[in-house]
Design a protein around this ligand. Structure first.
Ligand code: 5GP
Ligand code: ZN
Length: 114
């Protein structure tokens, strides 16, 4: 738990969110400013500032990708496809410094990203 972290506050139910999945390790909820018809944030319950701060022997990133593909299936996105994104730092476009996976779906995604 990081004291001033928005996503820790969502985990602790201090800030409301529309939760689409929860287990012991992971919480997933709708992005407040969706960039696609489906835009879910998949986050670890343990705070890490970013992808760069996860210890090498920590399996949380594979847990996040596993849960994200499970949620995509539940949302009916598996056949048409979806995109998973992790932003790191200023150039990566990271705005919330609690590790999160963006799950985006429901429309065609262009490449390269903006
Ligand atoms: P980042 O830019 O760090 O990769 O992504 C942060 C995401 O968190 C953004 O897409 C933003 O819309 C979302 N976000 C920021 N604050 C909140 C919040 O209080 N609730 C929810 N549900 N999403 C948030
Ligand atoms: Zn946090």
């Amino acid at each position: 738990m990081a004291q001033h972290c928005t996503f820790c506050k969502i985990i602790n139910k201090e800030i409301p969110a529309t939760v689409v999945y929860e287990d012991d390790l992971v919480l997933a909820f709708n992005d407040i400013k969706p960039a696609a018809p489906f835009h879910v944030l998949v986050i670890p319950k343990v705070h890490h500032d970013s992808i760069a701060d996860v210890p090498a022997d920590d399996s949380i990133v594979s847990v996040l990708t596993n849960r994200a593909s499970h949620i995509a299936g539940q949302l009916g996105l598996a056949n048409d496809g979806y995109r998973l994104v992790v932003n790191h730092g200023d150039n990566g476009g990271q705005t919330v410094y609690h590790l999160h996976l963006h799950l985006l779906g429901g429309r065609f995604m262009t490449w390269p990203p903006g």
